[in-house]
Design a protein around this ligand. Structure first.
Ligand code: PMT
Length: 399
C-alpha cells in the first residue's frame, strides 16, 4: 500500500501518455497522494483535464500561471515528493535529464528533487536501442535513477520490438516494492570498508592497488537507500555519495583503516561488509626524503599489515553479520572458502579477475556468495549497483 506517500508523476510527449492515466488511478487507489507535471508536448497526447481529475490536483506545466502570476516552485515540489516517477519518458527527456538540460518544469524539478527518481522509457525500438539513448539511460542508472525497462511488443509505429512503456500495473507494483525496500533496513547499523589503501614509501611514492571504491560505495548507497545507517571507512577514491545516512571516515593507510574499522566495530554494527582492497604489506621503513635513483636495481623491505577481517571475525565481542570479499585470480572457490574459514566470516563474496567485467575499476561485477553454512549463490554479470542490491537482498534475508 502507498498510504501517506507523495508521488510526483512527470508525463512527457509520447503516445504512451494514455497509460499515465491508468498509473495515476493505480497509485491513488493504493492511498498515494499524486501531483502531475506535464511537458508542453505531452498535452498533445492526453489532456490536463483527464490527469487533474484522476489525480485530484491541478496539473503543473508552466513555471507560472500567466493569468495571476502564481509561481509553480519546482524546488517546493521536489521537497514535497517521496518519489518522482517520469512515465512515459521520451528519448528527448531522457537525453535532457542525462545532460542537465532544464528547459521545462518537469526537467527543473528533476534537477531539484531530493527524493529517488524512477523513469519508464517509451519510444520506438530503434530509438530505444540507439547507442546514444542507451548511454543516456546508463548514465542515469549510474547516478541512481531507477529505470523501469520498457517491454517488447507491438509499437505505435506498427513495428515489433522493445520500447513499449511498461504496463501501469507493473510500474505501480514496482513503486510499492520500492517503498517496501526503502524501509526494510530501518534502524540497522552497517559498517563498510571500501577502496584501496596507500602505503607510503617516501614523500612522493606509495604502494597501492587498482581498487576504485565503486563496489564498496555501491553497497553503502544501497544499504542507505533501504533505511540503514551506514559507517563507510574509505581509502582514497574519487567516489562520492550523497546520502545523509552515510557517514564517511576517510583513511589512507592499512594501519589507519584497521584502527578505524576496529574502533567502529566496537560500536556493535548489525552488519559489517569488508569490501576494501587492503594492502597486505607496507614498506618496513618510511624514508622522510625522496629516495634517490641509484644503481640498476633497488629493493624495499616490506612488513605485513594487520588483517582487519581476521581481527573483526575472531574477536570475542563479535556481533552481527560479518562478510568479506575475496578477489582471486586462481583456485578461486578454494581460496575464497579458505579466507572465510580463517577470518571466521559469516559469508564471503568472491569476484574473480578471470571473469570479464568483474573486479577492480569496472562499473560491473560478477560475484558468487558462499555462506558459512555451505550455501553457494552465483550471480550473473551485473552493474555494481545491481550487484550491491543482490548482496543487500541476500543479507536482508538473514538479519
Ligand atoms: O573498488 P572496486 O574498483 O569497485 O573493486 C572492487 C573490489 C575488487 C576491490 C572488491 O570487490 C573486492 O574484492 N574487495 C576485496 C579485495 C581483497 O583485497 O580481497 P582479499 O582476498 O585480499 O581479502 C579478503 C578479505 O579480507 C576482504 O574482505 C578484505 O577487505 C579483507 N582484508 C584483507 C587484508 C587486510 N589486511 N585486511 C582485510 O580486512
Amino acid at each position: 500500500m502507498l498510504e501517506g506517500k507523495n508521488i510526483l508523476l512527470g508525463i512527457t510527449g509520447s503516445i504512451a501518455a494514455y497509460k499515465a492515466a491508468v498509473l495515476v488511478r493505480c497509485l491513488v487507489k493504493r492511498g498515494a497522494k499524486v501531483k502531475v507535471l506535464m511537458t508542453p508536448s505531452s498535452k498533445e497526447f492526453i489532456t490536463p483535464l483527464t490527469m487533474a481529475t484522476l489525480s485530484g490536483s491541478p496539473i503543473l506545466t508552466e513555471f507560472f500561471n500567466p493569468e495571476n502570476g502564481e509561481w509553480n516552485s519546482h524546488v517546493k515540489l521536489g521537497l514535497w515528493a517521496d518519489l518522482y516517477v517520469i512515465a512515459p519518458a521520451s528519448a528527448n527527456t531522457i537525453a535532457k535529464m542525462a545532460n542537465g538540460i532544464a528547459d521545462n518544469l518537469l526537467l527543473t524539478t528533476y534537477l531539484s528533487v531530493r527524493c529517488p527518481v524512477m523513469v519508464a522509457p517509451a519510444m520506438d525500438m530503434d530509438m530505444y536501442s540507439h547507442p546514444t539513448n542507451i548511454e543516456n539511460l546508463n548514465k542515469l542508472a549510474s547516478i541512481g535513477v531507477d529505470i523501469a525497462e520498457p517491454a517488447s511488443g507491438e509499437l505505435a509505429s506498427g513495428l515489433e520490438g522493445k520500447g513499449r512503456m511498461e504496463e501501469p500495473e507493473i510500474i505501480c507494483a514496482r513503486i510499492e516494492e520500492f517503498f517496501k525496500k526503502k524501509s526494510s533496513l530501518k534502524g540497522k547499523r552497517v559498517l563498510i570498508s571500501a577502496g584501496p589503501t596507500r602505503e607510503p614509501i617516501d614523500p612522493v611514492r606509495y604502494i597501492s592497488n587498482h581498487s576504485s571504491g565503486k563496489m564498496g560505495y555501491a553497497i553503502a548507497s544501497e544499504f542507505a537507500s533501504r533505511g540503514a545507517d551506514v559507517m563507510l571507512v574509505s581509502g582514497p577514491t574519487a567516489c562520492k555519495i550523497e546520502n545523509s545516512s552515510v557517514k564517511i571516515f576517510p583513511v589512507t593507510t592499512a594501519d589507519e583503516m584497521y584502527e578505524k574499522c576496529v574502533e567502529l566495530f566496537s560500536t556493535e554494527p548489525d552488519i559489517t561488509i569488508l569490501a576494501a582492497a587492503v594492502a597486505d604489506y607496507a614498506p618496513a621503513e618510511y624514508s622522510t626524503s625522496k629516495i634517490k635513483k641509484e644503481g640498476s636495481q633497488s629493493s624495499i623491505t616490506l612488513r605485513k599489515n594487520r588483517d582487519i577481517a581476521e581481527q573483526i571475525g575472531n574477536t570475542s565481542m563479535r556481533r552481527g553479520i560479518v562478510a568479506g570479499f575475496a578477489l582471486e585470480t586462481d583456485n578461486e572457490e578454494f581460496n575464497a572458502m579458505e579466507k572465510m574459514r580463517r577470518k571466521n566470516l559469516d559469508m564471503i563474496i568472491l569476484n574473480s579477475l578471470n571473469d570479464k567485467g568483474a573486479g577492480f575499476m569496472t562499473d560491473t561485477n560478477k560475484i558468487t556468495i558462499f555462506s558459512k553454512s555451505g550455501e553457494r549463490s552465483e550471480f550473473p554479470l551485473m552493474t555494481k549497483k545491481e550487484t550491491a542490491s543482490a548482496i543487500v537482498d541476500y543479507i536482508n534475508k538473514i538479519v
